[in-house]
Write a protein that binds this ligand. Structure first.
Ligand code: ASP
Length: 590
């Protein structure tokens, strides 16, 4: 090997040892009589020392010529440092260099390779391999590695078998568009990249594998949004002969195991909440339960007093921002502006201040007496010092808008600490979701999810009210995983496809293989998939998933380092039987 030790290894107990180290030059400090160079590798930093008169002249002059990020190898002796650095584990020693070899020179990097870099996002993405040299990014990927290792250990211990499923497949309906790959041999035909291994994992249950998992890449061609990656990784799982309860327990076990082993945290038992309650209490199917601030409805208390906004509203609902009663007019105006932004789209905000002196002041004093406001305040269980923020309108929309305000107030009040973790199961999702775009119902989870047996009768009369055996795990207000108990018989699956607007022929063409498999002895089964990148970012206390992916795409879905997507040659196009529409040469010809 080109080294005897790593740059993170040497301690006082190694003093007087002759060692060989190799790594990258982090920085140099030249004091004239002494030259110091910090040498870096994955494991840490070690200070190298060259002494005028004591180190040989060519070694020290070569040492002076080193630039940042040069790759070097040194021989030397470990000595105790005069001025110690207690911030790094090797800070008590340095290596007195006797021999220096430049293994490779380096151009000046376009940004500093430091924990806090001066490089902007795009530049760091273009030189991702340099960005990956920085500690925080490398540590994020090491965390990811650890998460994957522990996931495998836990699932292996529960008799799960890891099986790889194909990447060149046919469409899987997870609700997004497919990425497709043209076939060279069969012109005009395409593979689709899996949005998830859903159908394959169900087939593995038919095969009797009983418990399957895979840490697997999935591909979804969705509209671009900050922090959404076209390819991402799932911990994908399926089990046979189980009830929903078994799935919840098994995977709550996984998450708690990860918290324990990766972060040393004893996560309490994960509470459960029905979808309907989550919507009613938080206006979201993924509530951030690190803090309370539950919704309080006061609709009937507001009626009959000629305040037009409340009079016409289906729902009047609010939150209690504890300790905020003395907010200034300006602060409240800011909140109003926030909810009126087009992304949220509320018409306005009503406030009630329960002042610290016990008086009540509101923005609707004209319409309501202090006795009436007192009743509202009691409904909120408020104390002097509290501020109630109310919104009104159509129930579903109003709840969604108030959810945004609740999260903002949670941020303001410091309740959304990244180092605190609150997990939640959300259960009993609706089976179907109405789409304004296509004017029909879509499967909220996917078409293989089973309806609750007691709700099947509603499928014809009130499809929107049918609940599914579907569940999500939410951590800190982010959906980290979701799954369902599946349909496992042909008749129900066929009926489901009918309700989703597939003709029998379409269903057969796309999913005939699965429905046929259901006729050859399919066991009752169900499963779940966790978004692995997201889970890692939550464990890492980060907002973005990007640094938990070694080579991510940017927000425009591009990899600017390798420059993709990009055009292919006319020849390749021809070979694939594709018409040349937009290649460079086509542009030039035009
Ligand atoms: N295939 C589903 C998804 O990707 C997860 C599942 O139902 O197991 O969301």
């Amino acid at each position: 090997m080109l080294r005897t030790h790593t740059c993170g290894q040497l301690r006082l107990s190694d003093v007087n040892k002759t060692v060989t180290l190799a790594g990258w030059v982090q920085r140099s400090r030249d004091k004239g009589s002494v030259l110091w160079v910090d040498l870096r590798d994955r494991y840490g930093l070690t200070q190298l020392m060259f002494e005028e008169a004591k180190t040989s002249a060519d070694v020290i002059s070569l040492g002076r010529s080193l630039g940042r990020e040069y790759v070097i190898q040194v021989d030397g002796v470990v000595v105790e440092r005069l001025s110690k650095n207690d911030k790094i584990p090797t800070g008590e020693i340095e290596v007195k260099v006797t021999k220096l070899t430049v293994l490779n020179a380096a151009k000046l990097p376009p940004f500093t390779i430091e924990d806090d870099t001066d490089g902007g996002d795009e530049l760091r993405m273009k030189y991702r391999y340099l960005d990956l040299r920085r500690n925080p990014v490398r540590e994020s990927l090491q965390l990811r590695h650890k998460m994957a290792q522990h996931t495998r250990t836990y699932l292996d211990g529960q008799q799960f078998i890891e099986v790889e499923t194909p990447v060149l497949i046919k469409s899987t309906p997870e609700g997004a568009r497919d990425f497709v790959v043209p076939s060279r041999i069969h012109h005009g035909e395409f593979y689709a990249l899996p949005q998830s291994p859903q159908t394959f994992k169900q087939l593995l249950m038919v095969s009797g594998f009983d418990r399957y998992y895979q840490i697997v890449k999935c591909f979804r061609d969705e509209d671009l949004r900050a922090d959404r990656q076209p390819e991402f990784t799932q911990i994908d799982c399926e089990m046979s002969f189980i009830t929903q309860e078994d799935i919840l327990n098994t995977f709550e076990g996984l998450i708690r195991y990860l918290f324990k082993n990766v972060k040393g945290i004893d996560l309490p038992e994960v509470p459960r909440m029905k979808y309907d309650d989550a919507m009613k209490l938080y206006g979201s199917d993924k509530p951030d339960t690190r803090f309370e601030m539950k919704f309080v409805e006061i609709t009937e208390l507001t009626k009959g007093k000629n305040f037009p906004v409340f009079e016409s509203a289906e729902l009047v609902v609010g939150i209690n921002a504890k300790g905020c009663s003395e907010y200034s007019r300006k602060q409240i105006d800011e909140l109003t502006e926030y909810v009126k932004r087009p992304q949220i789209g509320a018409k306005g905000l009503v406030y009630v201040q329960y002042r610290t002196d016990g008086t009540i002041k509101s923005s609707v004093d004209k319409f309501y007496s202090s006795e009436e406001l007192k009743q509202w305040v009691e409904r909120f269980n408020a104390q002097p010092g509290d501020l109630m923020l109310l919104m009104a309108g159509e129930a579903f929309t109003t709840r969604k808008q108030l959810n945004e305000l609740r999260l903002l107030m949670g941020d303001r009040l410091g309740f959304r600490d990244k180092n605190k973790f609150s997990a939640l199961w959300v259960l009993d999702f609706p089976l179907l979701e109405w789409s304004e775009e296509t004017n029909r119902y879509h499967a909220m989870h996917h078409p293989f999810t089973s309806p609750k047996p007691e709700d099947i009768k509603l499928l014809d009369t009130d499809p929107g009210r049918v609940r599914a055996n579907a569940y999500d795990m939410v951590i800190n207000g982010t959906e980290v995983g979701g799954g369902s108990i599946r349909i496992h018989d042909r008749a129900t699956q066929q009926m489901m496809f009918n309700h989703l607007g597939f003709t029998e022929a379409e269903a057969k063409k796309q999913f005939g293989f699965l429905m046929e498999a259901f006729e050859f002895g399919a066991p009752p089964h169900g499963g779940i998939a966790f978004g692995f990148d997201r889970l890692c970012s939550i464990f890492g206390g980060a907002d973005s998933i990007r640094d938990f992916i070694a080579f991510p795409k940017n927000n425009a879905g591009k990899d600017v380092m390798i420059d993709t997507p990009s055009t292919i040659s006319d020849e390749q196009m021809k070979e694939l039987g594709l018409t040349v529409v937009n290649t460079e040469s086509a542009k030039q010809k035009a």
